[in-house]
Write a protein that binds this ligand. Sequence first.
Ligand code: FAD
Length: 458
Amino acid sequence: MLKPSVLHKLKTIVGHEHLSTVPEELVAYSYDATQREALPWAVARPASANEISQLLVLANQERFPVVPRGAGTGMSGGSVPTEGGVVLSLERMRRILEIDEENMVAVVEPGVVTGDLQREVESRGLFYPPDPASHQFCTMGGNIAECAGGLRAVKYGVTKDYVLGLEVVLPTGDVITTGARTAKSVAGYDLTKLMVGSEGMLGVVTKIIVKLLPLPESVRTQAAFFLSVDDAARAASKILTSRILPRALEFIDHAALRAVEHYLKEDLSDGAMAMLIVEVDGPEETTARENSKIADIMAACGATRVSKADSASEREQLWKVRRSISPALYTIKPKKVNEDIVVPRSKIPDILREVGDIAKRYGILIVNFGHAGDGNIHTNIMIDESELQKAEEAAKEIFAAALRMGGSISGEHGIGIAKAPYLPMELKPDALAAMRRIKRALDPNNILNPGKMFSPGD
Ligand SMILES: Cc1cc2nc3c(=O)[nH]c(=O)nc-3n(C[C@H](O)[C@H](O)[C@H](O)COP(=O)(O)OP(=O)(O)OC[C@H]3O[C@@H](n4cnc5c(N)ncnc54)[C@H](O)[C@@H]3O)c2cc1C
């Protein structure tokens, strides 16, 4: 709990109206998309790096935890204040500061919603490719902290590939800038890359410089349904080895399809067992040629139906299926344990088979969908509250299978609290110890987002 004198100092730093201890508000900042929750002692909504710096200096003096928070859409519990303290919400820092069209660079505050930046740059013929499925509500600060991926990663990479530089308030309150506004800069250690993916544990990101690309001339989307997961996986693999690089290649399994059909009250697939959504972009003639080649490949791999989207609204219809999965899954079971393993993409059929075997062995439903183009499959273990233990054991087997195939336990959602117990399955003790030393060097009092990523005794 915070002493009244500390609360008073916090109010002086961020302004009385921007510091709350009202119970209803504390609840609103207590959870993220993992459904895990813990109440903070207070919520602070600063408006500048300077206020954040003062707040962190106070936190070091008084030894209270500070947990940065964007939109709370995280899938690993990163913004959940498991040790109490102050949730530091970046919601007031939401200005797009600059779009430098000549140098194709944007500068934003961390609370900018990713989709807002995308729309703004697209209105000027520019393109910010990282595209988490949550782009309509997640923030750029959260994307940096988690190194968010998304639908277009197969062609364009992930958040780290676009961040040129940052302004960061270190856990001790020092404000630093990293990187540069240029395409090249090798001056000193690459602190930008260290901060990207650091899950709000090494600094609070207060300004972000990202590079932009020219907006592709055209985008074409199509979807296909298959009678088996193997056919769909074979089609995905054939597309990628046919010298076409789609900007999105999404896979949806039969359980996810049934859930979406139930949720949307529509028969979308005639009972198909798998669906692929494929999107290409580029010059008109190229996308037209690639689109029909992809349709041929999918038909040759046994697609029962291929639907091409000829208008923006048809495109929207196809993507609606993908976007409806998350809410639809809650109509199956009240709880889902969402994992985001990644494997070399040639191993997708193997991992899907193995996940199927694990589901049978444990007698639970596991729904699979995700970014087939980059091998990143979201395995959702659907359970009742009483089945949590079983789900955790199944998850551990899924991680072991992904690692055996040369993959990783998390493609884009991060470690947070959800995967902290499993991180030692992937990282050797020396690597974990090096990470802990970095954390201690930057945050000697363990103020910023404590209790995340590392389990006690790692
Ligand atoms: C329906 C749905 C779909 C999703 N799809 C994808 C997807 O396709 N790809 C993907 O990668 N993720 C996806 N996610 C996960 C999530 O949206 C991303 O991890 C996103 O980057 C989190 O952003 P946020 O603003 O909600 O951050 P939060 O959840 O608020 O925080 C996430 C982490 O970032 C830290 N943080 C937040 N802001 C800052 C800051 N300014 N400085 C330092 N640390 C900070 C927090 O402490 C926490 O550790 C999805 C989530 C949902 C609910």
